[in-house]
Ligand binder design. Structure first.
Ligand code: FMN
Length: 376
């Protein structure tokens, strides 16, 4: 019987399905609900020391639908949590008491200040959370304060902040990377070389959902104006898979043993299997939970288990990164195709001459075969 139980950076998880930072982890009650429904872990909505600086607007979501009304793309201009830091500390302690074995990971973000980062790490880890995810990736609003993606887009700053955090953290630390860069692998390397146990990717992709052709205003419109936002949901999955693959190769080649939490458009157990095949230790789901609700995890777990059973994989480790070996260069594809064509032509010519392989003989083929193979 395959098992979904896994251990990542020393954290014991009942399964690799993690709630990604966002609305589904926005307070202690819903985090508790997610644990009750069977999620392997919950990453809380990103918090900072001073929530009074965070002011959200509405509407802050815009969705892309197919002709049959299915939501396939989701843009948000939501900021990090606007709930007070002390409230969060109390709720995280309450969760530790109520769910001693439940895995809660704190997503944190601060300005470019060593003292601020050390303070948030020290005060949050006292609550008993299992690990940290450093948000270097929120693409809208926070970069105006030089936070989030503004840090993640500067590898030197991200490296420095990761070092500050690693100097204070006593629990595993993942750096959450922005996809809004030329090389996500370089971002991963700058966090991992600073000592982070792992990385998580991707956060949302900077986007503009559309322009209303009646009002001529881009969406989502707030008092007639907008800002580019973060794109998520199943439409981003192919981009996320490519980025996860690039990070996984960096980990394999330069930072073996470090972890990767894969994110981006995951909605099913089969989606999860694909991200794990490309190197994810765990998978995170955010928008999917906003579409389908917390209990979607049950179907995802069943689907991943039946995939594993169909391929005789016993554990997540048995297939993590398996499909990376099938990426190569374009020149190699050309060479392989030329070789395959030559082989097929050879087989066709042999068949035309009446020659079949020895193993394919069914009866008296050798009579015809020896004629075709003989010189005279
Ligand atoms: C409404 C919304 C709010 C989000 N808030 C946060 C956040 O506070 N911190 C964070 O690290 N990521 C945040 N994210 C990004 C998600 O955690 C995730 O990286 C991204 O949406 C891609 O995954 P998905 O397609 O499963 O949603 C948010 C996403 C959405 C849709």
């Amino acid at each position: 019987m395959p098992t979904l139980e896994t251990v990542v950076d020393g954290i014991k998880l009942p399964n690799p399905f993690i709630i990604g930072s966002g609305p589904p982890g926005t307070n202690g009650n819903v985090i508790g609900k997610a644990l009750d429904e069977g999620w392997g872990a919950v990453i809380i909505k990103t918090i900072s020391l001073d929530s009074s600086k965070v002011t959200n607007v509405a509407p802050r979501y815009a969705r892309l639908r197919t002709a049959s009304k299915e939501i396939i793309g989701w843009q948000n201009i939501e900021l990090i949590s606007d709930r007070p830091f002390q409230t969060w500390l109390d709720e995280l302690k309450m969760l530790k008491d109520k769910y001693p074995d439940g895995v809660v990971i704190a997503s944190i973000m601060e300005e470019y200040s060593k003292d601020a980062w050390i303070e948030i790490v020290e005060r949050v880890q006292e609550t008993g959370v299992a690990g940290f995810e450093l948000n270097f990736s929120c693409p809208h609003g926070l970069p105006e304060r030089k936070m989030g993606a503004a840090m993640g887009q500067d590898n030197a700053i991200m490296h420095e902040v990761c070092k500050w955090v690693m100097g204070a953290a006593k629990i595993p630390v993942w750096a959450k990377l922005t996809p809004n860069v030329t090389s996500v692998a370089h971002g991963a390397a700058s966090a991992l070389s600073a000592g982070c146990q792992g990385v998580a990717a991707i956060n949302t992709i900077l986007s503009v959902m559309g322009v209303d052709l009646e009002t001529l205003r881009p969406e989502p419109t707030v008092e007639g104006y907008t800002v580019p936002g973060g794109y998520s949901c199943m439409a981003v999955k192919p981009i996320a898979l490519r980025m996860v693959k690039e990070i996984a190769e960096t980990i394999r080649d330069k930072y073996p043993g470090r972890s990767l939490s894969a994110i981006g458009g995951i909605e099913t157990g089969k989606d999860a299997a694909q991200f794990i095949l490309l190197g994810g230790d765990t998978v995170q789901v955010c928008t999917g939970v906003m579409k389908f609700g917390y209990d979607m995890v049950k179907g995802m777990k069943d689907e991943l288990l039946s995939f594993m059973a169909s391929k005789n994989f016993e554990t997540i480790a048995d297939f993590k990164g398996h499909s990376l070996q099938y990426f190569t260069t374009h020149a190699d594809l050309v060479k392989r195709q030329a070789e395959a064509k030559a082989k097929a032509a050879e087989a066709k010519a042999a068949k035309a001459k009446g020659v079949v392989k020895d193993g394919e003989w069914k009866g008296d083929e050798f009579v015809q075969q020896s004629d075709a193979l003989a010189r005279g």
